[in-house]
Design a protein around this ligand. Structure first.
Ligand SMILES: [Zn+2]
Length: 245
């Protein structure tokens, strides 16, 4: 698969990144990324995945946009309130970059549906707002050997790590028990924006082979104090999810 003149121009500023080149762009074009959750994280990660030229983006979200989403879910504009998040995002992303394909799944991920919804893909990006679904996705990614870029945000802080099944810890190694679920997490819109951008950097690195992904490391950023910390995370040999890998 070659790149058209318009693609070469569109992506010209990233083709010249050291080690990236036309080969890196072709890898992105041939890749499929599933974004689970089109909220504060998912709106921004899918936008930058589209900008980077990921050929196939699958958006999974069963919800509709409401007015209180608008402080952070920037693919939703006033006129889109009440519409399905995944459908609105698909329209905007395909208009933004007509070179890519965006698919939607307007369903909830459950133990039963995860195989059909995510199946095989190159990378899964975490845009979820609850741990129950995150652990279902984690288990699926481990089973299918899919890299999973986790992020979680609250107020002005958050965390990000990349799960590479068999190489580093999975989400269950890191959290043996589910953290408590929080309804209506307090959040400033710029917080998921910067974590979503970091998730896209991780995803592009995983697909192109550039750099060193955040495997076995959790990056914490607290915007309130502008404090940054990276904590090493180990695999649990007895992890019920990835221990047998
Ligand atoms: Zn594990």
């Amino acid at each position: 698969m070659s790149l058209s003149p318009s693609e070469l121009e569109r992506y010209s500023r990233q083709l010249s990144i050291r080690g990236f080149g036309v080969e890196g762009q072709k890898k992105l074009k041939n890749s499929k990324v599933v974004v689970v959750g089109v909220g504060g994280l998912g709106c921004l990660s899918s936008l930058y995945l589209a900008a980077a030229g990921v050929g196939r983006i699958v958006l999974v979200d069963k919800g509709r946009f409401t007015l209180k989403n608008l402080n952070r879910q920037v693919l939703c504009w006033q006129k889109d309130i009440g519409r399905f998040k995944a459908e609105v995002a698909k329209e905007k992303l395909e208009e933004f970059n007509p070179e890519i394909k965006v698919e939607t799944v307007i369903e909830e991920i459950t133990e039963e549906s995860v195989q059909e919804i995510i199946g095989k893909t190159d990378v899964v990006v975490d845009g979820m707002d609850n741990w129950k679904t995150r652990f279902i996705v984690n288990k699926h990614c481990v089973k299918q050997h899919i890299p999973f870029v986790h992020a979680g945000v609250s107020e002005m802080h958050g965390q990000i790590t990349t799960i590479m099944p068999g190489e580093g810890p999975c989400l269950r190694c890191i959290f043996p028990r589910n953290p408590p679920e929080v309804e209506n997490i307090p959040i400033l819109g710029a917080t998921p924006a910067f974590f979503a951008a970091l998730q896209v950097i991780e995803t592009v690195k995983l697909i192109t082979g550039l750099g060193e992904p955040l495997v076995g490391r959790m990056l914490f950023i607290d915007g309130r104090e502008m404090a940054v910390e990276i904590v090493k995370m180990k695999r649990n040999a007895n992890c019920p999810v990835c221990g047998s890998l």
